[in-house]
Design a binder for this molecule. Structure first.
Ligand code: SF4
Length: 335
């Protein structure tokens, strides 16, 4: 949301160094307090937590406190205010991954989907990585949202369509389309040589059609018109990945085992490979150390950041992987 934001004052260089430091710390402290209250005030959950904790009785009281901190900053330190976009509420994993199907239009009403949530993550061999796509989408979504806020127009035509067009122009989208085409071509080339009697009834007709020499030329075109999303379940089926290769191998004289257990690294193994930039100050504050939710976090936190001492749950934030699971009952900030 577009919000009033404090701008730090210039500190006069001719003041004694201790005085300069005192002002610097005083301003930083007040801005921190102000941002904490503002973040809570902007978020429904944040407001509820502050009121339930007994710190404030009503929403108006929170607003009064916010105004008084603003005033204090102005009067005491000559802090001025400008406007900028600030985060309204942190919502980790509110929207599940879109699996492997790219959404035709990455929006629904006035909700924009980015990266994995829009099915733009890259999950199969020949497709490029997902994180960069997510960041690129997020920048484009932010741009579309800022434009919608400026013109107070959140209609699908103004917000969603603008974002869709921007995503279409992304170099990642161009890459994805090309990779999809290449992938289909490789697949069709491979399918051409599979004996037609191996292919099962379920996908037989389509695969036979695609592998037929006579209509081979139009098969490529047809596949690309149909699109990668529709063909993916066909291409990545048990039939094509397991049954057909086994049958082929057996015809070539090799006996195949049909059982296979993939070795998936454990969570502990994956976490052990992470590297951290340590922050001395915890980005998470426990608000209700005796609540049932917080007690459950001792088990639920994937990196075991919570422990119980004298019936109170406490946090050791250093190992946190920012999954957001504990955000519901903690004061949670991005580190
Ligand atoms: S956000 Fe951090 S502390 Fe909270 S559950 Fe996830 S890993 Fe644990």
């Amino acid at each position: 949301v577009k919000e009033k934001v404090p701008i730090k004052p210039e500190i006069a260089k001719d003041l004694p160094p201790e005085e300069q430091l005192r002002i610097k710390f005083g301003v930083a402290k007040l801005i921190k307090i102000r941002n904490e209250i503002r973040d809570a005030y902007l978020s429904k959950t944040g407001k509820d937590v502050l009121i339930k904790s007994g710190k404030y009785a009503t929403e108006e009281e929170i607003k009064t406190k916010l105004d008084s901190v603003n005033q204090q900053m102005q009067e005491k330190y000559r802090v001025t205010f400008g406007t900028d976009y600030v985060e309204q509420e942190y919502g980790a994993k509110l929207i599940p991954d879109g699996t492997r199907s790219r959404m035709k239009k990455p929006y629904f009403k006035n909700i924009l989907f980015v990266g994995d949530a829009a099915g733009r993550g890259i999950f199969v061999g020949p497709r490029i990585e997902g994180l960069n796509v997510g960041i690129d989408d997020a920048v484009r979504a932010s741009d579309a949202i800022a434009r919608a806020i400026d013109h107070n127009n959140f209609s699908s035509d103004y917000l969603g369509e603008y974002y869709t067009k921007s995503v279409e122009e992304s170099p990642y989208t161009t890459d994805m389309k090309q990779i999809d085409k290449d992938y289909l071509k490789i697949f069709l080339d491979a399918a051409k040589n599979v004996p037609t009697d191996i292919i099962g009834a379920r996908y037989g007709t389509v695969l036979k059609l695609m592998s037929s020499g006579t209509i081979r030329g139009i098969a490529d075109k047809f596949a690309n018109i149909l699109g990668y999303e529709k063909l993916l379940p066909l291409i990545e089926s048990e039939e094509t990945y397991v049954k057909v290769p086994i049958e082929l191998a057996e015809r070539l004289g090799e006996t195949m085992k049909t059982d296979y257990s993939p070795s998936i690294p454990s969570l502990a193994d994956r976490i052990a490979k992470l590297s951290y930039n340590d922050d001395n100050v915890s980005h998470i504050k426990v608000l209700k150390p005796t609540s049932e939710f917080m007690k459950n976090m001792i088990t639920l936190c994937p990196t075991k950041c919570y422990a119980e001492e004298n019936d109170k749950v406490m946090i050791l934030h250093e190992g946190c992987i920012e999954c957001g699971t504990c955000a519901q009952e903690t004061d949670w900030k991005h580190p």
